[in-house]
Design a protein around this ligand. Structure first.
Ligand code: M6R
Length: 605
């Protein structure tokens, strides 16, 4: 949520900051702003709308010749989308950009008498005023005093007017990374903004103040004691974070799934058996648990739902899936014998992080499945299983979902093995079937024109229903989320057998129903449910396995997935549903990669 970038160095700051903002725009795209400094000279512009609008306003000689600056792309929380609410916020000596939420901003502005001075409706301006209030020439002292008052989450980057070549940063919960390269020093919400300069960076530690100069970066704690950074390295390059000829990131990321799956699965197979020795994940957590709680949000949670349906019958222990934002408030039942699996692409989602912290308080063992290396959730979990999907830029999650599924499948298989449910031979057979998902996805990707045609039947609908039973129901949850978040069509997933208890009243002539029937055990029951909606006029888009025998009066469009094994059909099914959502959104003329009201990483509660 909100993208922030700061730069000080030998190059022209305007272009570095605007280019960085474009890379970070997926974090929030309501408005954008920039402030540039060089001695007494300054340039500040703040504009509602995308970074491209800000860029136009910076296309002036007045914005040239600066070596230090800050940039921000906003996802509005406090205060509407407007120029004035955009960052940076300037208060006296202080220019500040902020990612996060200041919970006590009302009381701060009252206690410190800012109420009549505020020109925006944001909590962030209050922080700028507070730091300026404490500033008497010592930036460390002012920042330290301000953060002692502030409650909430924040990543602040600050330039003081009388120190125009330095950037000071501090964070609590909200993400911030920094690096020094030949071109100068950089700070940003995430590495996508700095990857074109270096692949080495560090996560700004909490309760530390970092200072960026053209020559380097220093870190010190609130007592002024200096520290060395823990450097990390990203294993992807700048091309991975670009569209590479695809019209949208989402389409590119859908097509990257075979590679992402290979990169996630292959390093974990030893003689075809899942082995997490190199991840440092101990089998003890798999053996000594009597219950699994999966915690996540959105797509990651729906991956968890598939995990539950896959793991419970395999392991014969209870597996619950919990919405992270609810988890904290429902007095969860867990103890040291519970294995908590936390799933998050970004590793930053604050609801998921809070649930993870709660689980640790209860003494549960925590294992996170995370895509972003060094992210907070990864660092705070007892064990981390990294997915190797590379950067996911489109707001709608696609490749992260399938690698999360693959991770859960590998974990489920390893657990079955170490708990004596599987022999090594059966575990090897399981992974062989899992690997068959890769050619199956490739086949769907090669024949996607029919999916585009199907999207034409959906694009003008007001409601779309996704139905299935068992695992198919778990898959359909993600299908409906994908469609609604990027096409803005109301979509819901229902257990097919439950329709007749109420929801079927919503089916009218031509209501699209995406019906999943890939599970042999309940195939005929699902087909009966599909007949029920068809009889009421539904336009049925049916997805089955290739060998399924189905009469052509049950559907209007029929897709098949080249996957023989019920448990693994989710991979190609997911790709069909992703493409259906993608083409529907694109046909409707929406900004597929940046759907309204959303942002990629949700770092507010
Ligand atoms: O980064 P996370 O995996 O923790 O994010 C969780 C959700 O916010 C995310 O999956 C969201 O639902 C996506 N927009 C779905 O496409």
């Amino acid at each position: 949520m909100c993208g922030i970038i700061g730069y000080t160095g030998s190059l022209d700051a305007r272009d570095i900051i605007l280019n960085g903002l474009e890379q970070l725009e997926y974090r929030g795209y309501d408005s954008a702003g920039i402030t540039l400094r060089d001695g007494d000279k300054s340039f500040t512009k703040k504009k509602a709308g995308p970074v491209s609008i800000l860029r136009k306003h910076c296309n002036t000689d007045e914005a040239l010749g600066f070596n230090c600056g800050l940039g921000h792309t906003r996802w509005a929380t406090h205060g509407g989308v407007s120029d004035v609410n955009s960052h940076p916020h300037i208060a006296g000596n202080v220019s500040l950009i902020h990612n996060g939420i200041i919970e006590n901003y009302h009381s701060i502005s009252k206690d410190y008498g800012f109420e009549d001075e505020l020109i925006s409706d944001t909590d962030s301006e209050v922080a700028a005023r507070l730091i300026n209030h404490f500033y008497n020439g010592d930036p460390y002292d002012a920042i330290k005093k301000a953060v002692a008052v502030i409650k909430g989450s924040y990543a602040f980057c600050i330039i003081f007017n009388d120190i125009p070549d330095k950037i000071f940063c501090v964070r609590q919960v909200s993400p911030l990374v920094a690096t020094h390269a030949d071109e100068g020093s950089f700070v940003a919400s995430d590495v996508t903004a700095i990857i074109s300069y270096t692949n080495r960076y560090f996560v700004v530690p909490e309760e530390r103040i970092i200072t960026l100069t053209a020559e380097g970066i220093t870190i010190c704690d609130f007592d002024g004691i200096p520290e060395e950074p823990d450097m990390l390295e990203v294993n992807w390059n700048v091309e991975s974070a670009q569209k590479n000829g695809y019209p949208h990131y989402m389409l590119k990321e859908i097509h990257e799934q075979p590679d992402s799956l290979r990169s996630t699965i292959m390093p974990r197979l030893k003689k075809n058996i899942p082995d997490f020795t190199e991840d440092g994940i101990s089998d003890e957590i798999f053996i000594n648990c009597n219950k699994i709680s999966i915690i996540a949000c959105g797509t990651a949670m729906y991956a968890g739902m598939v995990g539950k349906y896959m793991m419970e019958p395999l392991l014969k222990i209870p597996v619950s899936v919990n919405i992270a934002s609810e988890y904290r408030y429902e007095n969860p039942i867990l103890d040291e014998n519970t294995l908590v699996i936390v799933i998050s692409q970004s590793g930053e989602t604050i609801d998921t992080l809070a649930a993870l912290r709660l689980a640790k308080e209860y003494g549960a063992k925590t294992l996170s499945i995370v895509n972003v290396k060094g992210s907070t959730i990864a660092r705070e979990s007892d064990y981390v299983f990294y997915t190797h999907a590379g950067p996911e830029i489109a707001v709608a999650s696609t490749k992260a979902y399938t690698v999360q599924l693959a991770s859960l499948y590998l974990i489920g298989c390893r657990m079955a093995l170490v708990r004596g449910k599987y022999t090594p031979a059966i575990a090897a057979l399981f992974t062989a079937k899992l690997l068959e998902s890769i050619p199956a996805i490739n086949k769907i990707l090669l024949n996607n024109s029919e999916i585009k045609d199907a999207a034409k039947h959906i694009m003008n609908a007001t409601d779309v229903f996704f139905i299935g039973r068992g695992l198919d129901y778990a898959f359909s949850l993600e299908g409906s989320l994908k469609l609604k978040e990027i096409s803005y069509i109301h979509a819901e997933a229902y257990a097919a057998g439950e329709l007749k208890h109420g929801t079927i009243a919503l089916i009218e002539e031509n209501t699209p129903v995406v019906a999943l029937a890939t599970q042999d055990q309940i195939f005929s029951k699902t087909i009966s449910n599909i007949r029920e909606v068809k009889a009421r006029g539904a336009f049925v888009i049916l997805i089955t396995k290739e060998n399924a025998v189905v009469s052509d009066d049950v559907y209007d469009i029929h897709f098949t997935v080249p996957m023989k094994y019920d448990r693994f059909t989710v991979f190609p099914v997911a790709v069909i549903m992703q493409l259906l959502a993608y083409y529907t959104s694109d046909l409707k003329g929406h900004d597929v990669d940046k759907p309204r009201n959303l942002a990629k990483s949700v770092t507010v509660e």
